[in-house]
Design a protein around this ligand. Structure first.
Ligand SMILES: Cc1cc2nc3c(=O)[nH]c(=O)nc-3n(C[C@H](O)[C@H](O)[C@H](O)COP(=O)(O)O)c2cc1C
Length: 193
């Protein structure tokens, strides 16, 4: 089941804006993050939940989507995420170091898969301006935004494709606007034969 969930949970950049997410649903995802592993068990990550039109708009305008498909201007108008969880590093607990970026990756993935299990979809967004995100969320300077998880109900389709060894990993859209995500083969990524 986990294999099927991971396989189907593609980064989503087109959402059904009629499907709103509740604060309770988002808190249930943060609960998954809370229970996740943390380097030295310091748990320096904090979460800002957004599921109102007003806060969603403030966050959306700061996020950059599908850098490899800039001409598409994704998500399309009327197909934006209906919720966000912004992951912050609380530097009053411990300074932000690469070790804790790993923590952020772990919690992002568990919330992403948790959303998929709820029938939702998401996209991790690392491309945004830190200072503007602090301003938009009204958080103090000691709270460093590290990753945004955009969420909603998918209204686009995506599929995985294989790439020949040495081929491009660049994602693309096919003639039907299906988002295609090339993945390296198992043979290529396992180092010891
Ligand atoms: C840490 C991280 C940051 C990402 N940042 C962005 C981003 O800023 N904008 C975006 O559109 N996608 C972003 N993505 C999504 C990747 O583009 C996506 O994972 C990749 O294309 C593979 O597609 P898949 O997630 O469907 O396997 C990010 C993914 C990760 C793991």
């Amino acid at each position: 089941m986990l294999y099927e969930l991971v396989k189907s949970a593609r980064s989503c950049r087109g959402f059904d804006e009629n499907v709103k997410l509740s604060r309770e649903q988002l808190e249930a995802l943060v609960e998954l993050a809370r229970l996740s592993p943390s380097s030295v068990n310091l748990q320096p990550l904090k979460y800002y939940i957004s599921c109102t039109a007003e806060s969603n708009e403030k966050i959306f305008v700061l996020t950059h989507w599908a850098g490899m498909l800039k001409e598409k201007k994704l998500p399309y108008e009327g197909h934006r995420p209906t919720a966000y969880i912004v992951i912050f590093h609380d530097t009053s607990i411990t300074p932000a170091t690469p070790a804790f970026l790993k923590d952020a990756g772990i919690v992002a993935e568990v919330m992403y898969l948790g959303a998929a299990e709820m029938g939702l979809a998401g996209c991790m967004i690392g491309s945004f301006d830190t200072a503007l995100m602090q301003q938009a969320t009204g958080t103090e300077a000691s709270l460093l935004p590290v990753l945004v998880l955009a969420l909603g109900r998918a209204d686009e389709t995506a599929r995985l494709t294989d790439i020949p060894q040495g081929g491009s990993t660049a994602y693309y859209r096919d003639e039907n606007d299906v988002h295609c995500v090339p993945k390296r083969s198992l043979e290529e990524i396992i180092l010891n034969k």
